[in-house]
Design a protein around this ligand. Structure first.
Ligand code: NAD
Length: 437
């Protein structure tokens, strides 16, 4: 079976490389020619553990190809995945599917024979129907089925998530298209992983519902954390106490700086707006979106409070810029809001991230980067932990105490060993727990 994947970002490249590793003949298209040239030369432009090895292996064995021209990969394809970005539109919160439409319009005249076109991009409810109409008009003679095949992988563990997902969801209206898709996922289904074949609208809704539910869990525990700070509880223990209830589950119950990344913020907004277009109000998810927005302001104030309310003479060290550990992705990271605010308020801001600094350098102004964590912390009044990179947990308390000026850590990920640090004279301000008096 010949597979074409349009878009070589976190989703398209991982899907393309993994399908090639299953043994299929895969061609990935990207309109960004420099990306295609880099990939052909074996350079993977994103940070994703394990991906470079699979891309190398499958290019060498001839299963994986990269092109920038649609005509080189569309006519012979049995299945075409669309995996381009669907960011939030500037106004209203709905998803911008112009890249999905552009890709569809470009591929339509090149179709030959019987083809499944599967949306891997996260698209608003009803997009499958809209694409049906587009292909009926742009390729009236082609035998095409539009399928929704949402992707649930997480950046940082994308390869593992793709190969060992909790489930695969295929939303198809035609039986032949469902069977073709199922054949692609056979190596996964053969390992006992559920492959759910549903109608297209169900698949589209499932993706938004999954991300909205997880984001709501995070927004919820963050408000429990606020309560703990006032009432004297510890949110980590509350999360354990409720998370051990199997009806609740212990994941996505870590209080922190709020949800970010390329999916949760935009998908919650799009879920609300695409429901509203159908006359349905999503009150619960709307509240989670608003709670998450409000949180960012509140946390900048926490950093100022750690310096007696005034950062104007303070040197702030920001540890972690990516929206979570394991990725170089800055999209909707809490750092995008917090770093410019800190630059505005503080005397000096230094920053460090193990993998996101190249992207950060093109993003932030007024920030000095420390090549090492020690360099970033040198002479800092306050250190703010924004990303849960494991190496920050391993920082030597003696080094911290000897390097910083004021010895205060604002740990927005609740990841540091506060007792040990405090024993070395470093005070730790966490999330959702009463500070020592
Ligand atoms: P990305 O921005 O990393 O990559 C998109 C790629 O598509 C880019 O390389 C871009 O050059 C290319 N592209 C754009 N328009 C094109 C066109 N017309 N023709 C060819 N190439 C084109 O995006 P991503 O993070 O991989 O996300 C893709 C989709 O998958 C989004 O809808 C996203 O919501 C969804 N998704 C993302 C994740 C994630 O963790 N990143 C997880 C699940 C689902």
């Amino acid at each position: 079976m010949k597979v074409t994947v349009i878009g070589t970002g976190y989703v398209g490249l991982v899907a393309g490389a993994c399908f090639a590793d299953f043994g299929f003949d895969v061609t990935c298209i990207d309109k960004d020619e420099s990306k295609v040239a880099a990939l052909r030369a074996g350079t993977v432009p994103i940070y994703e553990p394990g991906l470079t090895e699979i891309v190398g292996r499958t290019q060498t064995n001839g299963n994986l190809h990269f092109v920038s021209a649609y005509q080189d990969a569309i006519p012979n394809a049995d299945v075409i995945f669309i995996a381009v970005g669907t960011p939030t539109k500037d106004e209203g919160g709905s998803a911008d599917i112009s890249a999905v439409i552009a890709a569809s319009e470009e591929l339509a005249p090149l179709l030959r024979g019987c083809t499944v076109i599967a949306t891997k991009s996260t698209v608003p409810i009803g997009t499958g129907q809209r694409l049906d109409a587009l292909f009926r008009s742009a390729a009236p003679d082609a035998d095409v089925a539009i399928v929704s095949n949402p992707e649930f992988l997480r950046e940082g563990s994308a390869v593992r998530d793709f190969v060992e997902p909790d489930r695969v969801v295929i939303g198809a209206e035609a039986d032949w298209a469902a069977s073709t898709m199922r054949a692609l996922y056979r190596p996964i289904e053969d390992r006992g992983i559920p492959v759910l074949v549903v109608d297209r609208a169900t698949a589209e809704i499932s993706k938004y519902a999954a991300n909205s539910f997880l984001a709501t869990k995070i927004a919820f525990i963050n408000e429990v954390a606020d309560l703990c700070e006032q009432a004297g509880g510890d949110v980590r223990s509350v999360a354990d106490a409720i998370g051990l209830d199997t009806r609740i589950g212990n994941q996505f119950l870590k209080a922190g700086p709020g949800f970010g990344g390329s999916c949760f913020p935009k998908d919650t907004r799009a879920f609300v707006s695409s429901s509203e277009r159908l006359g349905i109000r999503q009150r619960v998810v709307s509240a989670a979106v608003h709670a998450n927005e409000a949180r960012k302001l509140h946390l900048v104030q926490r950093v100022a409070d750690a310096c007696d309310g005034d950062l104007s003479n303070a040197r702030v060290a920001v540890l972690g810029l990516a929206f979570k550990a394991g990725t170089d992705d800055l999209r909707e990271s809490p750092s995008l809001f917090m770093v410019p605010e800190l630059v505005r308020l503080a005397d000096e801001v230094r920053a460090h991230d193990p993998v996101a600094m190249p992207v950060a350098r093109d993003t932030f102004t007024g920030v000095h980067y420390g090549e090492t964590v020690d360099e970033c912390l040198d002479g800092a009044d306050v250190a703010v932990i924004l990303t849960d990179w494991p190496e920050y947990r391993e920082l030597d308390p003696k080094m911290l105490a000897g390097t910083m000026r004021r010895n205060v850590i604002v740990d927005l990920r609740n990841m540091m060993d506060a007792d040990t640090l405090e024993a070395h004279g470093v005070s730790v301000v966490g999330i959702g727990r009463r500070e020592p008096v």
